[in-house]
Design a protein around this ligand. Structure first.
Ligand code: AMP
Length: 357
């Protein structure tokens, strides 16, 4: 374990989107500095960080200078190029670790890892060749979902196979890249658990939230989620198991499908997660502070929820409703400072308190 970072130490954050921004705000509240590394111009996190490096992930010199200027490195997204990690890791600790990144970057590696822990995933088959595709369709059948193994997010890189869909053309539409075919789960609803693990191995999970998606993007997260006490405990235990097995440091999101008799893991995200934004107004210590505490080598907060809450994402021009939303005393507003309210773009979110927990 590293020594706890002292005041004014600097946390390097890879990625300058809204997650990086909220991590930087949390670090600042704890008296820590942040340095953002982001290839894109005008990153939302840049407005609130102490320093920004604008450079691509193959700029060896910029990566080296960035790493030398910080005390620890963390990230807001999982698709960090391997060679960039090689450069960074040689200079400063990167948390969460490489195994957590590698496991979550590839849907097949992820499912193999989860099933090796005795956790349940959708039935699946790996597809790299047209023979694999035929065998997968035979094994899994339809309805099912064809997903690219890597780089999928917000429902992108996916195709639903119905009994009359031609699998060959569905795979061609995904570029014939390595894919996984997943059995379709007839779930009643989706939930997620946001868990954290400290450098000393302390594990703390927030209560499960119930997620509703719209057009493939998270729309709301509501607490408490509809689930039995045993399902609640199973979801927390599964998250703890994953955190321990990966020797994880930081915050991790685990998405589950809930059916009447089972909890099936959809995917894990080795970072703070959109479905954890409710913690900003539902808990004393939110997911962003929890993550910063973990990577800074500090003790974690207890994760207790004081309120029932619904988080709603503000997508595109929904951000224009802010004048009305801000009149509601039960609503916490969180805006990302993005100038351009493009359709489908996450512009902010609101957390509405609906009662005591
Ligand atoms: P993903 O990108 O894997 O999180 O999938 C996006 C959304 O598609 C999920 O939130 C589910 O609503 C749906 N979905 C994904 N996989 C399955 C599955 N195996 N069965 C049923 N629905 C799924």
């Amino acid at each position: 374990m590293n020594n706890p970072l002292p005041p004014n130490a600097t946390i390097g954050i890879l990625g300058g989107g809204q997650l990086g921004r909220m991590l930087a705000v949390a670090a600042s509240r704890l008296g820590l500095k942040t340095h953002i590394f982001e290839p894109g111009e005008i990153p939302p996190a840049g407005q609130v960080a102490d320093k920004v490096t604008t450079a691509p992930y193959d700029d060896h010199f910029a990566l080296t200078a960035f790493a030398m200027s910080v005390d620890v490195i963390t990230f807001e997204f999982e698709n960090i190029p391997t060679h960039a990690l090689d450069v960074l890791e040689a200079i400063r600790p990167v948390m969460p670790n490489r195994r957590a990144l590698a496991t979550s970057q590839d849907r097949v590696t992820e499912k193999e890892f989860l099933t090796s822990l005795g956790l349940q995933c959708a039935p699946y088959a790996n597809i790299e060749t047209s023979e694999d595709l035929t065998a997968a369709v035979e094994k899994i059948g339809a309805p099912s979902i064809l997903k690219t193994r890597r780089f999928g997010y917000d429902g992108k890189g996916q195709s639903r196979l119905k009994p009359d869909t031609n699998p060959t053309s569905a795979w061609a539409d995904l570029g014939n890249t390595p894919c996984v075919l997943e059995g379709f789960i007839d779930f009643t609803h989706e939930i997620s658990v946001i868990g954290a693990r400290s450098q000393s191995g302390e594990v703390v999970c927030f209560d499960p939230g119930e997620n509703v998606h719209r057009d493939g993007i998270l729309h709301t997260t509501t607490l408490p989620a509809r689930m039995s006490k045993s399902q609640h405990m199973d979801a927390i235990l599964a998250t703890g198991k994953i955190l321990n097995e990966l020797d994880y440091v930081g915050v991790l999101g685990v998405e589950f499908f809930v059916t009447p008799h089972s909890l099936i893991i959809n995917e894990i995200a080795p970072r703070v997660h959109n479905s954890g934004h409710w913690t900003q107004n539902g808990c004393v210590i939110d997911q962003f502070e929890q993550h910063i505490r973990a990577v800074a080598g500090w003790p974690l907060g207890d994760g207790k929820r004081h309120s029932n809450v619904t988080m709603t994402n503000l997508i595109g021009d929904e951000v224009n409703d802010v004048a009305t939303l801000s009149k509601d005393a039960a609503v916490g507003l969180h805006l990302y400072g993005k100038a351009d309210a493009k359709a489908g773009r996450k512009m902010g979110h609101v957390n509405k308190i609906t009662g005591p927990a």
